[in-house]
Design a protein around this ligand. Structure first.
Ligand code: ACO
Length: 323
């Protein structure tokens, strides 16, 4: 059988770091409030002119280097983003050109914070079907461009960044112990549009718009939906929560991460946390967290990783990966 194996992973963050104290000079907030409610201490913010595409190219190049592949080896590029450089063409097409990839297909996926999991599910199905051999999957965002910097309830939560993986179709014996993507699950429920959305767009207001969120409501849905989709992944494979070595979650809020781990009786120490340093980087947060846990040696060959995310739409999803 063919299985999708992760052969390289890397992240890229803008240079500029913004602290909670700096935000407190701009809106009525405090380091204490932000840390207590979210766990966020700092976030990276893109420089003027530094785009989602720039971050995606940088992360993509690093992931290709980690995988030991060149532009001639990639035949599928997927960029998960809700903050594309242009309304069209897809950021992925620009990334393809800038990386010197001249074959295959490139397109964007828009599932907000679940974008990377949606991208992983999409790539996994293409690779397993034999339609493509090697995919560069990137989550890249510049949410700083769609924040209302006067709104303290949202502007403190997000940051910019990109993370990327190289995925390869490899022959596998199958089973839960062989390396690669074991299972993916994605869902959406469009009825909750008003709880998390951007109040602009090319066809509605002809403006870029700003992010609007009912944080408390999103929080409640997040814990319920994430628990369900994690259980779905376990049921699909016959694995138990106790088999999971590392949870690599979307980084929205430390309280959501801890709450989800507790629900499955898992030690919060098994949850990879980057929200403290990156804030919520939407589609970039899962690959950024994965890259951090690989770089510091936490993730080892044979480990079972649970990836999960929830975002605007609502969208949510999970994946189990044997490293
Ligand atoms: N500083 C100080 N006070 C604040 C701030 C702030 N930055 N923001 C809000 N407050 C105030 C509110 O005005 C409110 O004051 P009031 O009681 O006088 O009305 C009080 O703090 C409590 O506000 P809540 O919204 O009830 O606070 P809560 O504990 O729910 O925390 C938060 C808010 C952090 C947004 C939380 O609800 C959350 O993280 N929700 C999930 C959000 C999320 O995951 N979003 C990402 C989804 S992914 C995507 O697709 C983009």
């Amino acid at each position: 059988m063919i299985r999708t194996v992760v052969t390289g992973c890397a992240g890229h963050l803008p240079e500029r770091v913004v602290t909670n104290a700096e935000l407190a000079e701009r809106v009525d907030t405090s380091d204490e409030w932000i840390v207590a409610r979210t766990g966020i201490r700092t976030r990276h913010i893109a420089a003027d002119g530094e785009t989602t595409g720039d971050l995606a190219v940088a992360a993509g190049l690093k992931a290709m280097t980690a995988a030991g592949v060149g532009p001639e080896d990639i035949d599928l590029i997927i960029v998960a983003t809700a903050t594309p450089d242009n309304t069209f063409p897809a950021t992925a097409a620009q990334v393809q050109a800038r990386l010197g990839v001249r074959q295959g297909a490139a397109f964007d996926i828009q599932a907000v914070c679940s974008g990377f999991i949606y991208g992983l599910a999409t790539a996994d199905n293409f690779l397993k079907a034999g339609q493509f051999r090697r995919c560069l999957l990137i989550g890249s965002e510049t949410f700083s461009r769609i924040l209302d910097w006067e709104d303290r309830t949202t502007c403190v939560l997000f940051g910019d960044g990109a993370g990327a993986v190289v995925l390869e179709a490899q022959e596998s014996e199958g089973g839960n112990d062989s390396p690669g993507v074991l299972t993916t699950h994605i869902h959406s429920d469009g009825r909750h549009h008003d709880l998390l959305y951007v109040d602009g767009g090319p066809s509605s207001t002809q403006t870029v718009g700003h992010l609007r969120m009912s944080g408390r409501e999103v929080f409640k849905h997040a814990v319920t939906n994430l628990s369900a989709v994690i259980q779905e992944a376990l049921d699909a494979t016959g694995l138990q929560a106790g088999d999971i070595d590392w949870i690599i979650p979307h980084q929205a809020n430390k309280r959501i991460l801890d709450g989800t781990a507790r629900k499955f009786g898992l030690d919060p120490a098994k949850v990879v946390v980057t929200v403290d340093q990156h804030g919520n980087t939407s589609a970039a947060s899962v690959p950024l967290a994965l890259a951090a846990a690989i770089a510091d040696g936490r993730v080892k060959p044979g480990d079972l990783l649970l990836l999960e995310a929830m975002g605007g739409g609502f969208t949510w999803g999970s994946a189990l990966v044997r490293w």
